[in-house]
Write a protein that binds this ligand. Structure first.
Ligand code: NAD
Length: 405
């Protein structure tokens, strides 16, 4: 797999080539403030001790406490976490929230652990890192394969160690345990607000034919939200493959089906297709919502979508970006498209510290204008520099960080 951190740095270089931010500033951004690797010993159910490798990268806290999710995946490694932490720093700047960039992870396939083992592992991550975490220092959140329940265990462990009862140390907690209304759907909902804000400018039709890669937190809610808004979601996929129906999939039924069967395959009135075919579907909008490096120099030329909205982080490599730009495919970049997640995380932190609880309507009423404003500013930046939206987003973020620095 391509090194995601090298990809992130090559995105930074591309921006430095078209806008002069000064060498020292760019050099500073090429390095995280610190990257931490930890070992987490866990007593497994069979009585044996197993050691897991975990990470926390604190990239930059110029704008506020480090902020970023924790990923549990068998392929998670330090370069991936560093790239994700770098993008978080830019994402918080794009959203204009007072948070810096961080990210964490553990190399583990959580499906191979019992619930008790998973809880001991999650508490172990906090035990090793409690010194550097805190509402005013570093505030983690969920990412791939981490859930509100895991966030709850972590907040509880932090409280036991430090006595801090605000629960503002971590976001994405369950409702009733310090979680915010709207956090579960925030990433997809935010992506939709950004899409609404830019769709005319990037020449998308009123009603779009949509393809979604990934059917987890980000992807399944995206499919549902676009469908409910009257768009035609023709294909979705998960790690095992995709399903397709040219007349549109019933996403509510599909979510139920996936919950009961654990799979998308066999869903009535759909045909099974491969993940590659999902990406290459003839459509107006493609929404990658799984992992990094999905659209590369190898398959970018085969993309038939008119526009791509990156709900996943880093799904398009820098080489693929160039190919898509030449083909005239508009790419709405991750640091804008999925910034609804971290923005509502920030709202959760804010509510915890003020001891408030906002309704879902209040949450989305606050989110929409923030994302609309960022999207419009990024469009202007990209036009001013005659470049794509990704570079436009980087320019906005870097200007905001540089100003504060
Ligand atoms: P998740 O674990 O809930 O879902 C991931 C989904 O991707 C699963 O459905 C999985 O089956 C699927 N998948 C894995 N490999 C695949 C493949 N090769 N092809 C198709 N599908 C595949 O994770 P998530 O929280 O939805 O995160 C997905 C992406 O969105 C990640 O890049 C994450 O960093 C990004 N993101 C998530 C949030 C959030 O709030 N959840 C916020 C910002 C960004």
């Amino acid at each position: 797999m391509q090194n995601p951190f090298q990809n992130a740095m090559s995105q930074l270089d591309k921006v430095a080539n078209i806008k002069n931010f000064g060498e020292e500033f760019i050099a500073r951004l090429r390095h995280p403030d610190r990257d931490i690797r930890i070992s987490i010993p866990v007593k497994m159910d069979n009585g044996q001790l197993k050691i897991f490798e975990g990470y926390r990268v604190e990239y930059n806290n110029v704008l506020g406490p480090y902020k970023g999710g924790i990923r549990y995946h068998q392929d998670t490694e330090i370069n991936e976490v560093k790239a994700l932490a770098f993008w978080m720093a830019l994402k918080c700047a794009v959203a204009g929230i007072p948070m810096g960039g961080g990210k964490g992870g553990i190399t583990v396939n959580p499906r191979e652990l019992s619930k008790g083992e998973l809880e001991r592992l999650s508490r172990g991550w906090i035990q090793k890192l409690s010194d550097i975490l805190g509402p005013m220092k570093d505030v983690p959140a969920p990412d791939v394969n981490t859930t509100p329940e895991i966030m709850d265990w972590m907040a509880d462990e932090f409280e036991k160690i430090t006595g801090d009862k605000t629960r503002a140390v971590i976001t994405g907690k369950p409702l009733g345990k310090g979680g915010s209304e709207g956090r579960g759907t925030a990433t997809a909902q935010g992506g939709f607000f950004v899409f609404e804000s830019l769709k005319k400018d990037i020449n998308l039709p009123e009603k779009c034919k949509v393809a979604v890669q990934g059917f987890g937190n980000a992807g399944s809610y995206a499919a549902l939200i676009w469908k409910k808004a009257g768009h035609n979601v023709v294909t979705v996929s998960d790690s095992k493959g995709g399903i397709y129906n040219p007349d549109g999939l019933d996403i509510e039924k599909l979510m139920e089906y996936k919950k009961t069967t654990g799979s998308l395959s066999g869903f009535p009135e759909s045909k099974e297709i491969t993940n590659e075919e999902v990406l290459q579907t003839e459509c107006d909008l493609l929404i990658p919502a799984a992992f990094e490096n999905q659209i590369t120099a190898e398959n970018a030329d085969k993309i038939k979508a008119k526009a791509i909205l990156e709900l996943a982080n880093g799904p398009i490599t820098p080489e693929a970006d160039e190919i898509l730009f030449k083909k005239g495919v508009s790419v709405i970049p991750d640091i804008l498209a999925n910034s609804g997640g971290v923005t509502v995380s920030y709202f959760e932190w804010d509510q915890n510290l003020k001891n408030e609880h906002w309704s879902e309507k209040e949450v989305f009423d606050k989110l929409q204008p923030i994302l609309d404003d960022s999207a419009k500013k990024i469009l202007v930046k990209s036009k001013e520099s005659n470049t794509d939206l990704r570079r436009g987003a980087f320019i906005l973020a870097l200007e905001r960080i540089q100003e504060k620095m």
